[in-house]
Design a binder for this molecule. Structure first.
Ligand code: UTP
Length: 289
């Protein structure tokens, strides 16, 4: 079955990037000239997803404005002949069918996904974490969609990370299936050293069957007394098995200061209008380090 719907979670408090995220959602932090969440929405569209629900919270209405039309700005751009920019602005609003829901309290990623129940209905859907930008030739979520279409099971985007990072994220019990694909039979959220199954963690993307809602409604709160999505996926993995996709593309954690800086440098270096001057500046700075 083809994946048509995506849920982008963007309701978190973003305490790791304060004060940037005090009055502005961290998902709106720009990488060069585009907010992080726009890269994520574009990734969905490239994968053939047509309907996007963004989970927001108090003070995050600027995300809705970003994906809306802006008649005053459009008029101004038209009158001043900036037709390419005008086109870019129009495309932001029409690239997908956007809807929004509010997560009234920040009770965890699992709870944020549960807020999407009505939007999703009875079909499999993609989940993308609003602060995880992945840049690559083949959109990461498209790689996961293909695995879903082939195996018909829940899919998680996974990557091998350091032991320190595994302890902060999650650890997957896996067996190789085919190139870049694994079968996941169990997992643990933020494991202690003894609980680690492998250094593969879920990073930022998954495809879930609608059964996940029933699981989310029945499991207890996990770490930090939050409803953890990983705990629900663990039930799914134990029951039906899941597929792990070791996706290609580079991931930037925009909920983390270093991630924001790395994204700015890499994306800046990929832009024809910036790359020469930026490279010269980086070399000049590096020579002084
Ligand atoms: P994080 O784990 O980065 O949590 O969420 P956070 O609360 O935003 O950040 P810190 O740890 O305080 O710095 C991963 C994604 O899930 C969303 C976040 O917006 C982010 O995009 N999220 C998290 C929600 O939508 N709701 C929640 O209750 C928690």
């Amino acid at each position: 079955m083809k994946i048509r719907k995506a849920v982008i979670t963007a309701a978190g408090l973003g305490t790791r990037v304060l004060p940037a995220s005090k009055a502005m959602p961290k998902e709106m932090i720009p990488i060069v000239d585009k907010p992080a969440i726009q890269y994520i929405a574009e990734e969905c569209v490239k994968a053939g997803i047509t309907d996007i629900l963004i989970v927001l919270s108090r003070g995050k209405h600027v995300v809705e404005d970003h994906f809306d039309r802006s008649p005053d700005l459009e008029k101004k751009l038209y009158e001043s002949g900036k037709l390419d920019t005008l086109n870019d602005m129009l495309n932001i609003a029409k690239m997908a069918d956007f809807t929004y829901v509010r997560q009234q309290e920040q009770l965890g990623l699992g709870h944020a996904v549960l807020c999407a129940k009505n939007f999703v209905g009875n079909e499999p859907f993609a989940v993308l974490y609003g602060d995880d930008v992945i840049i690559g030739e083949d959109p990461a979520i498209a790689q996961l969609c293909r695995a879903y279409e082939k195996y018909g099971k829940g899919v998680a985007g996974i990557k091998e990370v350091s032991t320190e990072e595994v302890k902060k994220y999650s650890s997957m019990k896996i067996e190789p299936l085919e190139s870049g694909l694994f079968s996941i039979t169990d997992m643990v959220e933020k494991p202690s050293e003894e609980q680690i199954y492998s250094n593969y963690s879920i990073l930022g993307r998954c495809i879930l069957p609608p059964d996940i809602f029933e699981i989310l409604e029945t499991i207890p709160n996990g770490r930090n007394n939050e409803l953890q999505l990983t705990d629900a996926m663990k039930v799914l993995a134990r029951k039906d098995g899941m597929i792990g996709v070791d996706f290609t593309g580079k991931r930037y954690d925009m909920g983390n200061k270093l991630g924001i800086l790395k994204a700015a440098i890499d994306v800046g270096l990929s832009r024809p209008e910036l790359k020469d001057e930026l490279a010269a500046y980086i070399k000049e700075t590096a020579a002084k380090l």
